[in-house]
Design a protein around this ligand. Structure first.
Ligand SMILES: Cc1cc2nc3c(=O)[nH]c(=O)nc-3n(C[C@H](O)[C@H](O)[C@H](O)COP(=O)(O)OP(=O)(O)OC[C@H]3O[C@@H](n4cnc5c(N)ncnc54)[C@H](O)[C@@H]3O)c2cc1C
Length: 363
């Protein structure tokens, strides 16, 4: 990458994407100020399950169909960012995802065909092998599909690690919103004016920011609800994908999610949905029936084609890094790498072109 001159960058938003951009840009030599009104983790990134799932996402999510190569590049971009010590708490866990068929969902054979079609690796495991891999799981006698393509990270630990690394590299953090920008100056909600050659908007939905970057008007909200169990469910092992939802293992208790509620941007937990998610979890891990769970909600930002807006806005001096829908953690490292390449005027790869922030018409 071209060495950065000592340019100053303000990043609006400290979720997965803003924090990752802060770290990558600080490593590239920029002076970075990250501005966010919310506490660390009080955003969509903080409630996410942390799956880095190029294979299952491209098979199960209609918006991600045909994106296996791009999503896999997103997964691999984390290898350049995180410590590679497998014993480290921020290490990626792999291999990590198992399809457990249910009577109403896709069969293991049909899932295998879909994996073959996208060129993803997998193996078929017997019910007994699956139970050995994830004690407590009830696959109801069915053979299941295990893929090494999909990994996981612990979003709480990785958020803290990104923050500490950014501090270590001199990134400055300010609790406020960015309310305006013109090349040279970012205006904050507390009235401060910050010198900035460049503004990177990593503000999720970027509410109220379309006056700064018109492309943000194409974003729409998708509410997500997820249950986080206390000391119940799998503590390690693969993420479980099934027709009703997923179960992600965590040392402190499993996560079961998640809803995709299009057009909703409120954070109100819905008790009926909690009951349904608990049922999904209990059908896979019977110990989750009646177990105590916290109910978390978050709002994802989505573009019309499901890929994020990454790169220069039509507004001078503004770069976008938002709208990663249900794959913000999966894509964060790739988005940050792409933003850094664009700011350094490096040649762009095909993934950068696919995510081009100016690909939609604006009114
Ligand atoms: C229930 C659930 C489960 C999920 N599971 C996964 C998963 O397993 N894997 C995966 O890859 N993705 C998952 N996602 C999606 C993922 O969480 C999002 O795609 C990702 O968090 C987006 O990160 P972000 O940094 O763009 O936005 P956010 O995390 O929403 O952060 C945006 C930040 O911008 C700040 N902000 C807003 N306006 C301004 C402003 N004007 N100035 C400054 N700051 C501002 C906000 O305060 C916020 O902190 C899940 C999402 C949900 C809701």
């Amino acid at each position: 990458m071209t060495a950065a001159s000592a340019k100053s960058i303000v990043i609006a938003g400290g979720g997965a994407i803003g924090l990752t951009c802060a770290l990558v840009l600080a490593r590239a030599g920029y002076g970075v100020v990250l501005v966010d009104p919310a506490a660390r983790g009080a955003n969509a990134s903080g409630v996410a399950a942390g799956m880095l799932a190029p294979a299952f996402e491209s098979v199960l999510d209609p918006a991600s169909k045909g994106l296996f190569a791009l999503l896999r590049a997103g997964r691999d971009a984390w290898l350049d960012l995180l410590p590679q010590d497998r014993g480290s708490p921020t290490g990626l866990s792999q291999p990590c995802a198992l399809w457990v068929p249910t009577s109403s969902g896709i069969s293991t054979e049909a899932m295998a065909e879909s994996f073959n079609a996208i060129g993803a690796q997998f193996e078929i495991l017997t019910s007994a092998a699956v139970q050995a891999l994830s004690p407590g799981l009830d696959p109801k006698g069915a053979a299941c599909l295990l893929t090494p393509e999909d990994w996981c990270l612990n979003v709480t630990l990785v958020t803290e690690w990104l923050y500490q690394e950014a501090i270590r590299l001199g990134v400055q953090f300010i609790t406020a919103s960015v309310t305006d920008f013109s090349p040279g100056t970012a205006t904050l909600s507390d009235g401060r004016l910050i010198h900035a050659d460049h503004l990177v908007i990593a503000a999720g939905l970027g509410r109220g920011m379309a006056s700064i970057a018109p492309e943000l008007a194409c974003l729409s909200p998708i509410k997500g609800q997820i249950l986080v169990f206390e000391g119940a469910g799998p503590r390690q092992g693969p993420a479980i994908r099934s027709a009703g939802g997923y179960v992600v293992a965590r040392a402190s208790g499993a996560m079961v999610g998640a809803t995709m509620e299009f057009g909703l941007d409120d954070l109100t937990p819905d008790a009926v949905i909690a009951e349904r998610l608990q049922g999904v979890g209990a059908s896979l891990y019977p110990d989750l029936a009646g177990a105590k769970a916290h109910h978390w909600t978050g709002v994802r930002a989505a573009t019309p084609d499901g890929l994020p807006l990454v790169g220069p806005s039509r507004a001078p001096g503004v770069t976008l890094a938002c709208g990663a829908r249900r794959n913000g953690w999966l894509l964060a490292a790739l988005v940050a790498k792409t933003v850094a390449s664009q700011l350094a005027n490096d040649a762009l790869d095909t993934f950068a072109t696919q995510m081009d922030a100016r690909r939609f018409d604006i009114a």
